[in-house]
Design a protein around this ligand. Structure first.
Ligand code: PLP
Length: 432
């Protein structure tokens, strides 16, 4: 598989080039040049296949000869020390828990795979890389955990001082080893600006700087694997519909990729909070990005989803095609809370606000299609959104032991000002 930018028909690049470049030179996102037909492959998958075996097989099916089955197995084994967990709530209603990774959110699947792939590909070439990334809180933790102890890689994370929660700060600053946390005296925008400036700073030309943004195609491809794995577990009882809590629309795009390769899933439900540009687009046919609004499901507070560019490519900008594959609902905060409370009362199940948005959209979908079966992707552990869960249900969810311990660990952060020069100096001192 080769990759091209969503914005031009420029020369296709390899997976290696696409993941180390991140954003295409013309500012577009990398997208598969052509979709392979893996239909036979899908039907030959055994029901009892493990997630890691499936992920290894698909990695090599998609990316060989660049990544053959032996290397694919190593990358996958290194990346996934956790698995998705499928839970049947009712005969026609299931949940796919994707939050059992180190940062307790589904983004661990993408981040861990990218980290592991980068580490192996660098080793093969005898090279090193420094991942430079800015975070407003959540994604930094996932990136830090994913790249921790990966050979040939150092990680530098910039976060805004005083603007992340104490748990998030602990996640960033207690890892140590190859992960450095820089506390910036400024806001998230300053952090982002500093990272950007570093990539074009002539003093830093000698450093192998690279990024690991959520738009990296190396984070999207592995997310397709849990859709496929869920299908192997669900298919004996017939067809079903995936429901995907969405913000930047990476998760949904990954599912649509799997469908383009042959996964028999006709329709997907996109569930958003009141940041509803995609649901509105499907109704009106007009795409109108806007500023984001803060909600309880804050990881989905996106007013201009970057992956819309990839969706446009997939559907050749044809609204009819969009509507054939995606149905969308927007759920407000009040209904999100009501759903969390009701789900807890009826099923004894605690869900995070993002998952609740998905749950409600699944119910609305079932009102329209009463005989359908649904699978809701559960994107984060309820313990990550303690205040909202407590407000909705009166219950304080437990965090898994490893995460609870984090609050007792010692924080190590280096302080830098919000000036580009300060970051450049720090990088030169630490990596010259
Ligand atoms: C990032 C995130 C989402 C949204 O996923 P996209 O791929 O951006 O659509 C949903 N829920 C949680 C918990 C997230 O962290």
């Amino acid at each position: 598989m080769k990759f091209v930018s969503t914005r031009s028909s420029g020369k296709p690049v390899s997976f290696t080039e696409a993941i180390f470049t991140g954003l295409a030179p013309d500012g577009g996102l990398y997208h598969p040049e052509a979709m392979p037909d893996l239909n036979d492959y899908f039907w030959n998958l055994p029901d009892e296949i493990s997630f890691n075996e499936l992920a290894s097989n698909f990695t090599s099916a998609l990316l060989s000869p660049e990544i053959d089955l032996t290397i694919a197995r190593r990358i996958v084994q290194d990346a996934f020390t956790f698995s998705p967990i499928l839970k049947e709530v009712r005969d026609d209603f299931s949940i796919l828990e994707l939050f059992h990774g180190p940062s307790l959110a589904f983004k661990d699947f993408g981040a861990s795979f990218l980290a592991s792939a980068m580490s192996h590909l660098l080793g093969k070439r005898g090279e090193r890389a420094i991942i430079l990334t800015a975070t407003s809180g959540d994604t930094g933790g996932a990136v830090a955990q994913a790249f921790h102890r990966k050979a040939n890689i150092d990680v530098v994370i910039l976060y805004p001082s005083g603007r992340v929660s104490s748990f998030q700060e602990k996640q960033l600053t207690t890892i140590g080893g190859n992960v450095s946390a820089l506390k910036v005296h400024g806001g998230f925008d300053d952090c982002q600006k500093m990272v950007k400036a570093s990539f074009s700073d002539s003093r830093l030309k000698k450093l192998p700087l690279t990024s690991a943004n959520s738009i990296n195609i190396g984070r999207l491809i592995p997310q397709a694997f849990y859709y496929i794995w869920a299908w192997t577990q669900m298919r004996s009882k017939g067809a079903f519909t995936f429901v995907v809590p969405s913000g930047n629309f990476g998760n949904l795009t990954a599912g649509l990729y799997a469908a383009a390769w042959g996964l028999p899933a006709g329709l997907f439900v996109a569930a958003t909070n009141v940041n509803d540009v995609v649901p509105k687009f499907l109704l009106s046919g007009k795409y109108r990005p806007k500023s984001s609004v803060a909600t309880y499901s804050n990881a989905m507070d996106v007013g201009s989803p970057s992956n819309y560019e990839r969706l446009e490519k997939l559907f050749s900008s044809n609204i009819v095609s969009f509507r054939q594959h995606i149905k969308a609902w927007s759920i407000n905060d009040e209904i999100t809370l009501e759903t969390m409370s009701r789900v807890y009362k009826h099923y004894g199940y605690l869900c995070c606000p993002h998952t609740a948005v998905g749950w409600k959209a699944a119910e609305l979908f079932k009102e329209q299609y009463p005989n359908s079966r649904v699978l809701v992707l559960s994107t984060a552990h309820p313990g990550k959104f303690l205040d909202v869960v407590k407000k909705a249900t009166g219950v304080v969810p437990n965090l898994p032991k490893t995460s609870a311990n984090i609050m007792r660990k010692k924080k190590i952060a280096h302080s830098v000002s919000h000036y580009d020069e300060d970051l450049a100096e720090w990088l030169i001192q630490n990596f010259k």
